[in-house]
Design a protein around this ligand. Sequence first.
Ligand code: CU
Length: 461
Amino acid sequence: MITTAASLAMVNKVAMAALPEPVIQTRADTMPPLMPATGQPYNPVVTLNGWTLPWRMNQGVKEFHLVAEPVVREMAPGMKAHLWGYNGQSPGPTIEVVEGDRVRIFVTNRLPEHTSIHWHGQRLPNGMDGVSGLTQPAISPGKTFVYEFVARRPGTFMYHPHADEMVQMAMGMMGFWITHPKGKHPLIDEVQRDFCFLLNAYDIEPGAYTPKIMTMLDFNLWSWNSRIFPGIDSLNVRLNDKVRIRIGNLTMTNHPIHLHGHEFLVTGTDGGPTPKQSRWYEVTTDIAVGQMRQIEFVANEPGDWAFHCHKSHHTMNAMGHDVPTMIGVDHREVVRTITKLIPDYMVMGERGMADMAEMEMPLPDNTIPMMTGSGPFGSVEMGGMFSVLKVRKDQKPGDYSDPGWYKHPAGEVAFEWTGALPDPARLAAQGAGSMPQVVKPKTTMEVQVRKPAGQSGHANH
Ligand SMILES: [Cu+2]
């Protein structure tokens, strides 16, 4: 019936108008900070290879619209993954609000199975906590649910499903949430640069597109915001900027995150800003599963500083596992035999694995070499969780664009010694302290004594 169809269309239009239009992101680039046009002012963050979700003000309430859906995420140029995420990307967009804001989030489910969103770390009414089955019914495919609460404490938070979690997180469903302080806060310093990203991991076979969801620990792609080096953007700052980096871990293992050239303070955890007396300087901070860490430092050393996970297998891409150690093995005879059968046979790793970074190996489509990325001095031999902090004197305030490689002042780059080489001094000592050298008793020497003839036998006394 025409009338019914017409009224139905009208109802749908009214229903759609009640929701903020979902904003979709199609690129995996680091988007510039989203300056707040409405609501309380704050200094926005920059999400590494990500973006902040715009909102709509509705009678004093900040309204966001998240759409859970299958996405195609470029993990690095040359490799795309078929993931699940929010609003066109995995991870989903960062949500930024201010302490005291009333927030309403519409969550539309376009996945083939039900879902929910848990607002990791927030103080909120129990029924808004997003644990399907426990605090709410799951959101069926095609349905939209509404979450509403006041962002009560400032800090660094995450969001992720609490429904079929193993599958949905292995597929990339997660996002960042920042609650900025309302005005000056005694434990939250003002900074000139504020970055955030999530640690996540996937198991995608070389040549495949979809993660293996049953993998528990042996992931082969270690990513920051579902990007792997050399696909992770650099963190570009101006010399002497105060820099904050917020990191959340939604992988299944811990990650010791290490910064070169500077010491930092851990100024915040899952529970909010840390008391000042509890802070100490570090160059590596371990971030356990489900944790968040917020580090701060003054970027007062110009250069291109490596910034990475210190687990060396996490700075590798797929194919970095299950290769036997071949260092020191002489393959020549074996190779001769094998090449009779397989003419293209290639030996891997008899002088270490560095060759692999530069070798032109035939790889399946949609596969990134396990170590890659070229710097100004050659191959960086890294993959996975690796990026570069670029500190520059002439970087403009608020400019996050890549300044290119650092130009080193004359005489400040390690160089090859071409003079004469004296013999290296070797340590003569053989252990000390808790492991003193074991002094073995001198071997008794057998002495044959021949008594001179004619004397009585007192020679042995
Ligand atoms: Cu790691």
